[in-house]
Design a protein around this ligand. Structure first.
Ligand SMILES: Nc1ncnc2c1ncn2[C@@H]1O[C@H](COP(=O)(O)OP(=O)(O)OP(=O)(O)O)[C@@H](O)[C@H]1O
Ligand SMILES: [Mg+2]
Length: 500
């Protein structure tokens, strides 16, 4: 707002000051003229009284004059007051008319009609005020339009997003949903807007995920689910819900994004299927190769060099077969094609078996081994072959990554579970390493002169197998100070566990 303009505004400048001057001047003129007339009249009276000598009439005449002056004065001041009232009411009328027009326009502007303008008919204070008001309204119109444009643009982007976007309030009622969400659930906006999300989303997991996010103080929750979409066909979605907060941190609602991962999943399944086929096809000839090498090695007429070559070939072929088996097993595990044959199983006996199978390697490296698991009462509920695989993989790693010292097996109970612990005095690993070693193909030594054999599948197979047993696996370690692996396994069937 222009303050200098406002400062110059003065209602008296153009109307009141000239008017007050004019009326004062008029009143002055009347006073001079009136008193002059009274004096002339009095002079005439005195002169005629003096020449006629009749001073007695003078008193009566003065009384009459006093009365006349009183009435004429009353008439003139009455007239002046009336005149002033008329002029003031005219001025107030003009100002009131302006204020009414102002009020009407201001009311429309307050209702959001920024196209309204006050007609500027003069350059006086009111005219200037009207101009300032118009300027203010026009600025408001411009900024409001740009805010509306921005809002429309954001809404259009969200509306056209290929991912489904759903916004719910803290009670779980729908605040906003885009075209993709409407298509996924086959609903119209008016049918679901303001209603609980469960009215549109028939999946308990998604509804409770949104609720979990509201209850939590932040973070993101994620689920995957398959859904028959309204236009036909089964789609798979990744659903992520995140809490939205206002600038001051107050909770506002939850944004849930539905990402169609059908194609991605199909490609993964295709890749896994291909991997299974190719490894299967490779395994069959490799088994024959190993068989024939063994046969050739056991044959007569071979010198030491030839025997050594055949031994090396055999080791390489066995390594290759182990690798192929690992890939095949892992892909079967991930595809959910592995079934457990579970039964009560003494983990002490199994660990003794596993240790015995690896004693030659332990001896080769000069490492000691102790089994502190109690022979009695260490029973878990699991699949013998799968548990053997778990222990072999962990123990092989412990041997591979330990150069001196030894390995200790121990166990502890936790609730209805048993935790098997395998501790080594090897190279250890840092905290970051401990987080990733259970991922596929993750190894911590990526240097060009890698010291340790393997492709990084052993622990991912362990993790899949342990989880198939409803168990948990984790590691605790420090670089240079050895590692300890923990495998938590149930000791009772799942049904009994829930019942207990
Ligand atoms: N006991 C251990 N001590 C130190 N590091 C280990 C130990 N066990 C595993 N690791 C680290 O975790 C990585 C992943 O182990 P994993 O068993 O999955 O793969 P790998 O042994 O390298 O190969 P593979 O098991 O396929 O032959 C290893 O490469 C190693 O870096
Ligand atoms: Mg390994």
């Amino acid at each position: 707002m222009n303050l200098r303009k406002l400062h110059s505004i003065s209602i008296h400048n153009k109307i009141l000051i000239p008017f007050v001057f004019f009326t004062t001047f008029l009143a002055g003129l009347l006073l001079i003229f009136g008193s002059n007339t009274i004096f002339i009249y009095m002079e005439r009276m005195l002169r005629s009284a003096y020449t006629s000598g009749q001073f007695s009439d003078l008193q009566t005449e003065l009384l009459q004059l006093k009365q006349r002056v009183f009435w004429v004065g009353l008439l003139i001041s009455g007239g002046l007051v009336l005149f002033l009232m008329l002029v003031f009411s005219l001025i107030i009328g003009v100002i009131t008319r302006y204020i009414r027009r102002f009020k009407a326009v201001a009311q429309k502007v307050s209702q959001g009609d920024f196209s309204q303008r006050i007609e500027v008919t003069s350059d006086d204070e009111i005219g200037q005020l009207a101009s300032i008001f118009n300027e203010m309204t026009s600025n408001l119109q411009i900024s409001t339009q740009s805010v509306i444009q921005e809002k429309n643009r954001s809404e259009a982007i969200i509306e056209e997003m290929p991912a489904g976007v759903l916004v719910t309030d803290l009670q779980g009622d729908i605040l906003m949903l885009n075209r993709t969400v409407r298509a996924i659930f086959g609903v119209r906006e008016t049918e679901v807007m303001g209603y609980p999300v469960a009215r549109m989303v028939p999946h308990e997991d998604v509804v409770s995920q949104i609720d979990t996010v509201v209850q939590a103080e932040g973070g993101t929750e994620e689920t995957e689910w398959a859904h028959e979409i309204s236009s036909g066909g089964r789609k798979r979605f990744k659903v992520r819900s995140s809490l939205v907060r206002k600038a001051l941190g107050e909770k506002l609602g939850v944004v849930t994004v539905f990402q169609d991962i059908t194609l991605e999943k199909e490609l993964i399944e295709l890749r896994e299927g291909f991997l299974r086929t190719i490894t299967h096809e490779l395994r069959t000839p490799l088994t024959s190769i190993i068989g024939f090498i063994e046969l050739a090695r056991g044959g007569s007429g071979l010198d030491d060099r030839q025997k050594k070559y055949l031994t090396v070939s055999l080791e390489c072929a066995i390594n290759l077969k182990t690798m192929i088996n690992d890939i095949l097993d892992l892909s079967k595990l991930e595809a959910g094609q592995v079934e457990l044959k579970r039964a009560p199983l003494n983990i002490y006996d199994l660990s003794e078996d596993v240790i015995e199978s690896l004693v030659p390697v332990l001896k080769d490296k000069g490492l000691t081994i102790k089994n502190l698991i109690s022979p009695q009462g260490s029973v878990v509920y699991g699949d013998k072959e799968k548990l053997r695989r778990i222990l072999v993989n962990i123990l092989s790693n412990a041997i591979k990554f330990t150069h001196e010292g030894g390995i200790v097996f121990s166990s502890q109970t936790q609730g209805s579970d048993l935790i098997v612990r395998i501790k080594d005095t090897g190279i250890g690993m840092d905290v970051e390493g401990q987080k990733v070693i259970f991922e596929k193909f993750r190894q911590l030594d990526y240097s060009s002169k890698r010291m340790y054999e393997g492709i990084g599948l052993g622990l991912s197979i362990v993790k899949e197998l342990v989880e198939l047993h409803d168990g948990k696996v984790w590691a605790e370690s420090r670089p240079g100070q050895g590692s300890e692996f923990f495998v938590q396994l149930p000791t009772v069937p799942p049904a009994e566990k829930t019942a207990s």
